[in-house]
Design a binder for this molecule. Structure first.
Ligand SMILES: Cc1cc2nc3c(=O)[nH]c(=O)nc-3n(C[C@H](O)[C@H](O)[C@H](O)COP(=O)(O)OP(=O)(O)OC[C@H]3O[C@@H](n4cnc5c(N)ncnc54)[C@H](O)[C@@H]3O)c2cc1C
Length: 799
């Protein structure tokens, strides 16, 4: 018997599909001295009772690629590990019974094409051929993905475990982790029922227990467990177990043929939380009592689709805990607040995603970053507040119930709202601000003053905010707008090495005079864009760092992880201390000048910070406007924000100043060529490809991305972010397939209706060789239409 070790290089906690896949991929990539700890036996968490459906299409391109990676891994796993994974390619159907749902299916089909996944919209007759027990009279069509399939969760996990052992991983079952030895930002040892293990890296893959493991590490993770259920019918004569699985989102049910029956599951509203209270220590390979009151309405619905169900007995009801998160997506990557720990949990489709997750987690752990941008599932997209019970569970339960709900772009959640409010919240609410939520904040999306009800009605076509947003947009272009951007994440970075650290990470030379405001990117050693920020030099070694609302946790963790070794600096979160009012538009300068204290020097020219007095507040004015107009972000000590706002409104009223929200900002920025970090620019792209080469100062002391960017500049970008306009489209949202010369060449990164131009504008990366002479088309809801390339100069001329 293997002796339990007192130290290891990497400790993986959890022997479900994720933990075993991560251990396998780590060892396969060459990691030595990896151990896996499982408190019960392998698969004894959520894995053993999963239905085993494997779908590959997700809302973002890279997540779809991650799932495609899984399928590729499953295809070759048996040959690699010696144990069958139970993977079978059966295809999948996603039905559409309303015109809107059909639009959604067409949009998914477009996304599938953009990632090279074979898919098609098929007719009711073709559905009936593939799934003969389905009643299709009311069905309009379905998305068919022939490459989807099913896997046997237990076989898959045991196959990964066999592969891991083959590569040297030691797996210890019946060993529970019950604490950690932590000093500062490091975990030094894992405490277990068999004794302490000193280690260099810890991976938390504990499924629905991941949040509890987080608590033992003294961090708040935004993942949890919810209750999910499906039933298995009595055997069906002549049932073909190779029939595709089928999802019926309009009825919120799914089907998976079993060798001698049918699995029928549902995503019901108001499911229960599994771990709102501490999970009993002994909970292992067991199920929860079925909640038939919640399930029955969906069984009724399922009988409409598959009438045969009414005649079949129910053999079993499986009710078990499923990992979930505060936004329904996985929670992966480095754990914020600690420098040597990783998490992979919150995974609602772990059987489908397990292979890909294992691979990218191994890259993240061993190489410092995954081979593709994984921001939509990055643990650093959450703050501490997302892990609080009162935020996490209501939101997770809402998102769970919405799993299949038709959600046109722009949909806002209704639970867990109002936690973080700007001082202006009530004032703007009185002015009919319609709020959206971001990172726990309430932010004005648009203002309904004088245009009817202050509610949002999103649509695949034109949402109800289309006209008011057009008015807000035009006010900014013709006069001025005032935006409440208080939710920006703000930090002061200071200490003896503060300058050296930022200078090392930034692509722009920050060696500038005190008061200089620099727009820059932070890039990794491959040249990929990790952050897109403004940095203001407050003194020799003190900087004011401003980044997007949801990006602060990630930026700060990345700065800490990539700063030169032993650098002495501190990062202080000052988000709550400062409110931000953006005043922008051709009249902005005059409005601010009228609002400031008489006799003041006024606004400084160029990229310089001005300190202004408005009312009794000392305000930092940064000459930056994401709207692409003359403008200043006024950073106001929070308690003065209402007074400063009222004074600006008073000064601006006669000049046409009006309240403007985030939805207009999207339209304003896209027609002026401003990029969004997270879609247009990500670690997958470098500044030259993104058209941000003007920010890069290559000729200076060494910095992190210098070698990669010098090389990138020398070679010239192989692809470029291009802007296009469409004469025909009524709307686009990003993620649509882009065709160049009739061939799929990628997908749009972002899109918006640009109100000055009166046309849809889209951004997309295009191979450099095709930029000049290519014929471009976009596929939107299954329809292809021509795109005209527009240089920045063209767009500016028309604005
Ligand atoms: C009813 C149901 C149906 C599902 N159907 C599907 C499906 O069709 N397709 C799909 O892709 N997904 C499905 N899922 C989801 C899937 O089950 C999960 O995504 C997947 O099993 C998660 O794997 P995991 O490794 O993260 O967690 P788990 O399998 O829960 O593994 C975590 C492990 O950590 C161990 N552990 C916890 N605490 C400790 C500790 N302190 N010390 C040591 N070990 C510890 C646990 O014992 C457990 O074995 C379904 C889930 C449910 C509930």
């Amino acid at each position: 018997m293997t002796v339990f070790p007192s130290q290891a290089e990497i400790v993986v906690i959890g022997g479900g599909v994720l933990g075993t896949s991560i251990a396998f991929h780590l060892a396969k990539a060459g990691a030595k001295d990896v151990i896996l700890l499982e408190k019960n036996e392998l698969t004894h968490g959520s894995t053993w009772h999963a239905a085993g459906m494997v779908g590959q299409l997700r809302s973002s391109r890279n997540l779809s690629r991650l799932l495609q990676t899984s399928v590729n891994i499953y295809e070759g796993l048996e040959a690699e590990t010696g144990l069958a994974s139970g993977w079978r390619r059966t295809g999948s159907l996603r039905l559409a019974s309303t015109p809107e749902r059909l639009l959604e299916a067409k949009r998914s089909n477009t996304i599938a094409k953009s990632v090279g996944l074979e898919a098609a919209i098929i007719t009711p007759k073709e559905i009936a051929d593939l799934f003969p027990i389905a009643e299709t009279k009311d069905v309009l069509g379905a998305l068919f993905v022939p490459g989807d399939g099913v896997a046997d969760p237990t076989s898959l996990t045991l196959s990964f475990a066999a592969g891991a052992r083959k590569h040297g991983v030691k797996i210890f079952q019946h060993v529970a982790v019950n604490g950690f030895e932590r000093s500062g930002r490091r975990i030094n040892a894992v405490r277990t029922t068999e004794g302490d293990v000193r280690c260099r890296i810890v991976v938390n893959a504990a499924g629905v227990w991941a949040r509890e493991i987080g608590k033992l590490m003294q961090v708040n993770l935004a993942c949890c467990g919810l209750v999910h259920q499906y039933l298995i019918t009595q055997p069906i004569d002549g049932m073909d177990s190779n029939m595709p699985s089928m999802r019926d989102p309009d009825l919120s049910v799914y089907y998976k043929p079993e060798s001698n029956g049918l699995v029928v599951g549902c995503w019901e509203p108001n499911t229960a939380a599994f771990d709102a209270n501490p999970i009993p220590g002994a909970f292992g390979r067991e199920l929860l009592p079925p909640a038939m009151d919640r399930f029955e309405p969906f069984i009724e619905a399922a009988i409409k689709r598959t009438p045969l169900l009414a005649e079949l007995g129910i053999r079993d009801v499986i009710t078990g805990p499923i990992p979930f998160s505060a936004d329904g997506d996985f929670v992966m990557g480095p754990i914020p607040g600690l420098e040597n720990t990783f998490v992979a949990s919150g995974c609602v489709v772990g059987i489908a995603a397990g292979g890909g997750i294992g691979k990218v987690m191994a890259e993240w752990i061993l190489e410092g970053q995954p081979s593709m941008d994984l921001w939509p599932v990055d643990a650093r997209r959450f703050g501490d507040h997302h892990g609080a019970k009162s935020y996490l569970f209501p939101r997770a339960i809402e998102v769970y119930g919405d799993h299949y709900r038709l959600q046109p772009p722009g949909h806002e959640t209704s639970s867990s709202r109002g936690f973080r409010r700007s001082p202006l919240y009530s004032l703007l609410k009185q002015k009919q601000a319609v709020y959206g939520a971001k990172f726990g904040w309430e932010r004005p999306n648009w203002f309904a003053s004088g245009v009817g009800e202050a509610v949002e009605r999103p649509s695949f076509d034109r949402p109800n905010w289309f006209s008011p947003v057009a008015d807000e947009h035009n006010a900014v272009r013709n006069a001025a707008g005032i935006f409440d951007l208080t939710s920006f994440a703000k930090y002061e970075i200071h200490g003896p090495d503060a300058f050296n650290v930022l200078q090392f990470l930034s692509v722009r030379n920050l060696d500038k005079s005190i008061g200089a405001v620099s727009y820059t990117q932070l890039c990794n050693k491959r040249g990929g864009i990790e952050a897109d920020v403004s940095i203001t030099r407050l003194s020799h070694n003190r900087f004011y760092y401003v980044t997007g609302t949801g990006n602060g946790v990630r930026d700060v963790e990345w700065i800490r992880a990539n700063a030169p070794a032993n650098a002495q600096f501190a990062i202080e979160d000052v988000t709550s201390a400062w409110s931000v009012l953006l005043v922008t538009g051709p009249k902005a300068r005059g409005i601010i000048a009228d609002a400031i204290e008489e006799g003041e020097g006024g606004i400084r020219s160029g990229s310089e910070l001005s300190t202004l007095t408005i009312g009794a507040a000392h305000v930092r004015a940064l000459p930056i406007s994401f709207a692409g107009e003359v403008g200043w972000e006024l950073h106001v000590p929070s308690e003065f924000a209402c007074d400063v706002y009222e004074r600006l409104l008073e000064a601006g009223g006669p000049r046409g100043l009006r309240n403007v929200g985030y939805r207009a900002l999207d339209s304003l920025r896209i027609e002026k060529g401003y990029r969004y970090w997270g879609s247009d620019i990500t670690p997958d792209y470098n500044p030259y490809e993104a058209g941000l080469g003007f920010c890069v100062d290559l000729d200076r002391d060494p910095f992190l991305s210098q070698v990669a960017l010098r090389d990138a500049k020398l070679r010239g970008p192989s692809r470029r972010l291009c802007t296009f306009v469409s004469d025909k489209l009524r709307n686009a949202f990003g993620g649509e397939a882009l065709y160049v010369d009739g061939e799929i060449a990628g997908a749009t990164t972002s899109a918006a209706f640009a109100h000055s131009i009166g046309k849809v504008v889209v951004n997309a990366y295009v191979p450099s060789s095709l930029v000049k002479n290519g014929e471009f088309e976009i596929e939107c809801f299954g329809e292809r239409s021509q795109l005209m390339r527009a240089t920045q100069r063209d767009l500016l001329k028309s604005v």
